[in-house]
Design a protein around this ligand. Structure first.
Ligand SMILES: NC(=O)c1ccc[n+]([C@@H]2O[C@H](COP(=O)([O-])OP(=O)(O)OC[C@H]3O[C@@H](n4cnc5c(N)ncnc54)[C@H](O)[C@@H]3O)[C@@H](O)[C@H]2O)c1
Ligand SMILES: [Zn+2]
Length: 350
């Protein structure tokens, strides 16, 4: 698979000619979005695609996690077929992670695979979920359980679109960004924690810096381990073993993805201290910051259910839960963790 081109620039969403070059030999694209992103940015992007000489078939997915279902992907594929789109078309996905995950998955399977472009409109999307080519949907048994690796041809990160993001979506995005700080580059942690108020107020230059540094890490890691078979890509999973478990256990959509990752990182910091030698002082300091973030408390979650989900996580081996932990800031490691330690950490954070 080829590496996606990254366009990070104010107004980039309106320069479709640049990011659709050579994309669809038929000159036809499906512009896939959902109501929230469409209302704000859809008409502008559609106009820009048309100015680039493309014929556009528009399709809206349901908003949020509901986009990531068999039914909504099936509706999209059926509408593309009805519109006469062949293998020589492409998909342009405009929206948050739920749109890019579902539309990217549709691109991976439509007529055995067509090219696509990701235009992420959330902070989480721009610094993480919109790039790397993991596409997919949820099953009743949990999140992201069906999908394909299918990298987009281009990722278009336009900082202008982030101005309208509600605070909760910002927290969710910076939650995921803080992970990059803990696992790969302590400077990202310092940049975010030292400028939290400005970032929450939407400072475009600082936000752009965070997006660029995290996106660069994501690309570097994905390039070295595209299909998560060699090790490095697993490291992006710090905070996600229990994060995903919490997301599933509290009902899809109740916690934003990055919010769940913040809870998951609080547990992973404790486990890192107990199981992989992270200094107590660092674990406590990082946890103190995470504890100040305005993240809703997951309701009605049974720690035993979280344990069960952790043991079914894709990193688990032979029914034993495996976690990404830290030996030190910027020095990740994977390790098996006992049920007792998992339950203890979960009970401490909830
Ligand atoms: N593929 C990956 O590698 C990967 C990585 C991390 C997360 N994800 C997935 O991403 C999904 C979450 O994505 P998300 O957090 O971007 O949420 P989302 O796509 O559900 O969007 C959240 C909300 O934000 C609104 N919105 C979108 N852009 C907006 C804007 N610019 N201004 C105002 N509102 C806007 C939407 O209408 C929606 O209501 C999860 O399903 C998660 O599993 C995937
Ligand atoms: Zn994530």
């Amino acid at each position: 698979m080829s590496v996606e081109k990254l366009f990070v620039e104010p107004g980039a969403r309106l320069s479709a000619r640049a990011w659709t070059r050579g994309l669809a030999p038929s000159g036809r694209v499906a512009l896939v979005s959902e109501a929230g992103a469409w209302r704000r940015f859809g008409p502008g992007v559609e106009k820009s695609l048309k100015r680039a000489g493309l014929k556009v078939h528009r399709h809206l997915l349901p908003s949020g996690e509901a986009a990531k279902s068999w039914d909504s992907v099936s509706d999209l594929l059926t509408s593309m077929l009805a519109a006469g789109l062949g293998r020589d078309c492409a998909i342009v996905a405009l929206g948050g992670g739920s749109v890019t995950d579902a539309a990217g998955f549709a691109a991976a399977i439509y007529q055995r695979g067509i090219p696509w472009v990701s235009v992420p409109t959330t902070l989480l999307g721009q610094l993480d979920s919109g790039l790397g080519g993991k596409t997919g949907i949820n099953l009743a048994g949990g999140k992201n359980l069906a999908g394909c690796f299918h990298r987009p041809n281009a990722v278009v990160c336009d900082p202008e679109v982030l101005a309208s993001l509600p605070p909760r979506e910002r927290v969710s995005g910076f939650g995921e960004a803080l992970k990059y700080g803990l696992v790969f580059e302590p400077g990202i942690w310092a940049l975010i924690t030292g400028n939290w108020d400005a970032l929450m107020a939407g400072d475009p230059a600082l936000t752009g810096k965070v997006v660029e540094r995290c996106a660069a890490w994501k690309r570097r890691i994905v390039d070295s381990d595209e299909r998560e078979t060699k090790g490095p890509r697993e490291l992006l999973n710090f905070g996600h073993t229990l994060g995903h478990a919490l997301e599933s256990a509290s009902g899809l959509g109740a916690l934003r993805h990055g919010e769940a990752v913040i809870w998951g990182m609080r547990a992973a910091l404790r486990l890192s201290h107990r199981c992989s030698g992270l200094k107590a002082s660092f674990a406590a300091e990082a946890d103190r910051f995470l504890a100040t973030l305005p993240v809703p408390l997951p309701r009605r979650v049974d720690p035993r259910r979280l344990l069960e989900l952790a043991r079914r996580d894709k990193k688990a081996r032979g029914g034993r839960a495996r976690f990404v932990l830290l030996r030190a800031p910027g020095r990740p490691v994977t390790a098996f963790v006992s049920d007792r330690e998992i339950l203890r950490a979960v009970r401490e954070i909830l």
